[in-house]
Ligand binder design. Structure first.
Ligand SMILES: Cc1cc2nc3c(=O)[nH]c(=O)nc-3n(C[C@H](O)[C@H](O)[C@H](O)COP(=O)(O)OP(=O)(O)OC[C@H]3O[C@@H](n4cnc5c(N)ncnc54)[C@H](O)[C@@H]3O)c2cc1C
Ligand code: FES
Length: 258
């Protein structure tokens, strides 16, 4: 069920320069949210910017819904100026494509940059049901966030920085590559920059391992009306498109052309 609500911002935390964690109160959104879904956030009551901004659900904690965002442009800049106690106009939870877990599996969760945010709710729910192997990649040490939180929900935890300024040097995918056979990985989950998703998609295919990826296409309406977020689907001879907002944001990696 989708809810349109004015949610009170009960906690605002600055995790890094330009990265904020917001905790908002909404019993209805919290009760209805599934792993991988997102929110459409109206950042201002003014005419501009008109379009809502899509932000993933990071964590559900009772009636509290948490999301984390990086300031990119006008919309997120306005959002970052909200103060505790203010209300935020939110539509959600959105998206039909969600993460699915099966008990007893060895799973790998791989994320890069701001793509790690929606993976926390997945990892938290999988903990205790599956063996969670976590691979997180960041550009450099200034971008590293949520290390402790993700460590707590995984049996194996690898953190990489591209330049080696913190933890392991290199790309997270290379560490997953080493483990895919050794750890007998049954399923992979990924969210992050497109080059990383492409590499994960190929790795999963080569090893015949089921894989779900979460896409963060640019969006217009967020509810399947404007066609702004189309993604090409592997449908044999036919060309078929699906909407990231309505059919995703999580897809079977074999299904989408990215
Ligand atoms: C399903 C979904 C979930 C998302 N979850 C998160 C999240 O949890 N945390 C987070 O920080 N961001 C997330 N994003 C990205 C976020 O929506 C955009 O960064 C935001 O809308 C930018 O708005 P803005 O007005 O600040 O910037 P704009 O002024 O609209 O754009 C500023 C710059 O960001 C680029 N940009 C805008 N949207 C996207 C996008 N979707 N992907 C890549 N580049 C973009 C633009 O091309 C431009 O260069 C998500 C996007 C989608 C589609
Ligand atoms: S954003 Fe409008 S159809 Fe997906």
């Amino acid at each position: 069920m989708q809810v349109h609500a004015k949610c009170k911002l009960v906690k605002k935390e600055k995790l890094k320069e330009d990265i904020y964690k917001f905790s908002v109160e909404s019993k209805e959104i919290a009760e209805n949210a599934k792993m991988g879904q997102f929110l459409e956030i109206r950042v201002s009551d003014r005419i501009e910017p008109l379009l809502r901004r899509p932000i993933s659900i990071h964590n559900i904690n009772g009636d509290i819904v948490e999301f984390i965002f990086q300031v990119k442009g006008k919309g997120t800049e306005i959002l970052a100026k909200k103060n505790e106690g203010e209300e935020i106009d939110i539509l959600g939870p959105l998206g039909k494509g969600t993460f699915e877990i099966e008990e007893g599996k060895n799973i790998a969760i791989i994320g890069g940059g701001i793509g790690i945010f929606p993976l926390y709710e997945l990892a938290k729910n999988a903990k205790g049901k599956c063996n969670v192997n976590m691979y997180l990649g960041f550009r450099n040490k200034d971008f590293v966030v949520l290390e402790k939180e993700f460590k707590e929900v995984s049996v194996k935890f690898v953190l990489t920085t591209d330049d080696g300024s913190y933890a392991e040097k290199g790309f997270a995918i290379n560490f997953l590559k080493q483990d895919i056979e050794a750890k007998r990985i049954d399923k992979i989950y990924a969210c992050g920059p497109l080059p990383m998703l492409k590499a994960v998609q190929s790795l999963a295919k080569e090893n015949n391992v089921p894989c779900q990826i979460s896409l963060e296409e640019r969006m217009g309406c967020g509810i399947g009306v404007c066609l702004g977020c189309a993604v090409k689907i592997n449908a044999g001879e036919e060309t078929e498109y699906k909407h990231v907002c309505k059919d995703g944001p999580v897809f079977d990696a074999n299904m989408v052309e990215i």
